[in-house]
Design a protein around this ligand. Sequence first.
Ligand code: PLP
Length: 394
Amino acid sequence: MSMQQYIEEAEKALLHTYNRYQVVLDRGDGVYLYDIDGKRYLDFCAGIAVFALGYNNKKYNDALKAQIDKLIHTSNYYYNVPAIEAAGKLKKVSGMDRVFFTNSGAEAVEGAIKAARKYAYLKDGATDHEIIAMEHSFHGRTMGALSVTGNPKYREAFEPGIGNIRFAEMNDFDSVMRQVTDKTCAILFETVQGEGGIYPAREEFLKRVRALCNERDILLILDEIQCGMGRSGFMYAWQKYGVKPDIMTTAKALGCGVPVGAFLMTEKVGTHSLVSGDHGSTYGGNPLAGAAVNAVFDLYEENHVLENVNRVGAYLEETLDALAQKYEFIVERRGLGLMQGLVFDRPVGGVITKALDRGLILINAGANIIRFVPPLVISRENVDEMVEILESCL
Ligand SMILES: *Cc1c(COP(=O)(O)O)cnc(C)c1O
């Protein structure tokens, strides 16, 4: 079948919830993807900040194949070695104490919300606790995660949500204070907002929210699903600020393509929230997912991924800053490490489509922002190659 025929088949069979780009991808190698006609694309999307290690990584593939031949799934009624090891590695890199594995980011957010509500419930037996989330945030598409997502367009048709959610402005501490009540059980935000337009939390904001949470025994939940796993230059972006959450979520690059997420908590929350019977998942943390997480952490170390993010991220920043200087229709560059946004004074959809045509995969974050979330193993040469194509499309 031709590419066009596949696309027509897709539009007959798949529910149309995405306006997909007109390309059928077939295979990947390093930082390049190939479509079914063999055309090559430099990938600055990485499956939306997922495939950090680059495609067709032999050690990663071999680790998965070995686990497939051994055991893919067993229920959470039993222990399995890959999940035990993966939890240990996750604890080590995050400094958190307790891990629950999920199958996606949204489910990690659901679990975080449940843990926070249970923590508050155990204190006063009440069932009307509130959560403060941020405008322009994105936490996923399930009902709980959607209810804390600060984009009314995503929520409206599906109201009512889970209720008792209040919204504040990211990086505006006074707006948070205006939403705090004696019912507040958690404050939730992305350490770097992704979908909402690549807005890093300011250090002062994070520190003041942390202090507020300490003072009132409110739980700080940081969503690191997109900005985590090294993308910011730190394994988790909050580590840059010396502020630790009570609960955090992680997913996307955690399994580098095998669907796995997690929510993690401190011992304090771990021993005063969810207990047996409160939460579960058939697949969550199965041996295949565990093997993927283990391989990812091992390869991060072996390939010095964080060092690469810091080195190439700085270069990407410089390069994008130069573009913002050069073109009057580019307003600014925002971001951390290899999670960057270039803000235009106009919609960027045309540029992204043109870039795809010229062999460069980019995505947006809001109508006016090009988002750069490449595999974390990209080189400076890849950045140069990207900019050359991008400039030809402006
Ligand atoms: C992608 C994302 C989610 C949702 O993850 P899914 O795996 O798509 O459910 C939640 N929070 C943030 C910050 C994300 O970027």
